[in-house]
Design a protein around this ligand. Structure first.
Ligand code: ATP
Ligand code: MG
Length: 423
């Protein structure tokens, strides 16, 4: 990139026209899949009051501790750019009385989210998420469906060898007992821990399990798995989910290190992995959060959801050369001798555009030869020549660029001609 007077803020990026076909395709697949699973779109604001995220995401999470874009607005309110969707979606669910709708309420959202992180490959400060939530029922069928929707998204996009990483992190009944065991175990290994983990031991012990530091890996490997400490209800829930995954041949690996960074998760947590993606940079994570809605001031309401990072998906689509439909080129290009011809071209083009046919007019002061070169470069299907001869007889000379065939037709027959010969 050139060194210019103004540069992108660190951690942000332009989505240039050449990358847009990936985004258009991805968004089209998201729309198709949310329809199939019967999720309705919900748009929430890009910013909310800071306290919503502090409460909803959790004080002891990386997001709230160090990643939020928080500022005081001119009315002295503390505002935060959304670092994720769930808290805003649940705020909207409560505020709009959606609990009176038939349950579950199934909604999806997409848009930019903001986290003050150290930028690196696949890690930005402004990025996009696709988020889905099924609110209002604790049935493990919904856990399966939300996982299956994520799975189908990657499948439809053409990713290979898809599988889930799966864990259950219990509920307020059984998790404290487990955390006691975990902390006991870790107390015996404090010398082998990174500085962050020493803090986590007191503040957020579950997060000890997803530490990425090399030195902590042996300690994690020996830690007791939480699934062996689930209460009866959590155990039944987990078994039912596994049964559905087995029945639908959805491959999964139990991963006792998978705990998710957000405090409100209960029971199911999962990620989707595919060939070449997942183990280093998650592309999609989700799970159940039966405690969140009450925490944010609603009635106790179980809920399950997931979020997928779209930049990471687009990067993988590019790396794996997954084909996407490109931007269609112009059907027709008008090569014009002079301004009078350009005026007539604009009149023809107006009619063509009314019929949804894409076209371009050659710009002033260029030879026919230069205009044909331009038409070729833009991959126009037809080139129309408009000069004195054609203007005199209200005709056009139209050339099919692929076959080289050309003929003179009346100008008012252009649409019929293109319809017959194909766009
Ligand atoms: P990570 O472990 O990579 O930090 P996370 O646990 O913070 O991920 P979530 O909060 O679950 O991620 O967000 C859901 C998805 O959003 C992730 O699976 C990932 O694809 C994407 N994501 C998260 N942080 C970033 C980022 N800084 N830049 C781009 N994508 C991101
Ligand atoms: Mg993160």
């Amino acid at each position: 990139m050139a060194k210019t007077a103004f540069q992108l803020p660190k951690g942000t990026r332009d989505i240039l026209p050449e990358e847009q076909p990936y985004w258009a395709h991805l968004n089209a697949v998201i729309r198709e899949i949310t329809d199939v699973y019967q999720y309705a779109r919900l748009d929430v604001p890009v910013f909310e009051e800071t306290a919503l995220f502090q409460r909803g995401v959790g004080e002891a999470t990386d997001i709230v501790e160090k990643e939020m874009y928080t500022f005081t607005d001119k009315g002295q309110n503390s505002i935060t750019l959304r670092p994720e969707f769930t808290a805003g979606v649940i705020r909207s669910y409560i505020q709009n009385g959606m609990s009176s709708l038939p349950t579950p309420v199934k909604v999806w959202s997409t848009g930019p989210v903001f986290r003050y992180e150290r930028p690196q490959s696949g890690r930005f400060r402004q990025f996009h998420q696709f988020n889905a939530e099924a609110i209002g029922d604790k049935d493990p069928v919904l856990d399966f469906e939300i996982m299956d929707m994520a799975f189908r998204l990657y499948q439809r996009l053409g990713f290979q060898k898809l599988s889930f990483q799966l864990n259950s992190i219990g509920c307020p009944e059984c998790r404290p007992v487990y955390l006691g065991r975990l902390v006991d175990y870790y107390r015996g290994h404090t010398a082998q821990l990174c500085e962050d983990c020493k803090k986590r031991l007191d503040k957020n012990p579950l997060r000890l399990l997803d530490c990425k530091q090399d030195m902590c890996q042996p300690v994690i490997a020996g830690a007791p798995p939480i699934v062996q400490h689930l209460c009866d209800e959590c155990n039944r829930h987990f078994k039912a989910l596994c049964l559905y995954l087995d029945s639908l041949n959805r491959p999964y690996t139990l991963n006792h290190r998978l705990v998710r960074g957000l405090d409100y998760y209960t029971k199911t947590v999962f990620e989707v992995w595919a060939e070449g993606i997942g183990s280093q940079n998650a592309v999609c994570g989700g799970g159940r959060y039966d405690g969140l809605i009450e925490l944010l001031g609603g009635q106790p309401t179980p809920s399950v959801g997931f979020a997928a990072g779209l930049e990471r998906i687009v990067m993988m689509m590019q790396q794996q050369q997954i084909p996407v439909p490109g931007l269609p080129g112009p059907v027709i290009y008008f090569a014009c001798q002079h301004q009078e011809a350009q005026k007539q071209a604009l009149i023809y083009l107006s009619g063509l555009r009314d019929s949804g046919i894409a076209g371009l007019v050659g710009l002033g002061g260029r030879s026919f030869k230069a205009q044909f070169r331009e038409a070729n470069r833009r991959q126009a299907r037809y080139v129309v020549t408009l000069g004195d001869t054609e203007l005199g007889s209200s005709s056009v000379l139209i050339k099919h660029m692929e076959t080289g065939d050309q003929e003179t037709i009346q100008g008012d027959q252009l649409i019929r001609y293109i319809t017959e010969h194909g766009r």
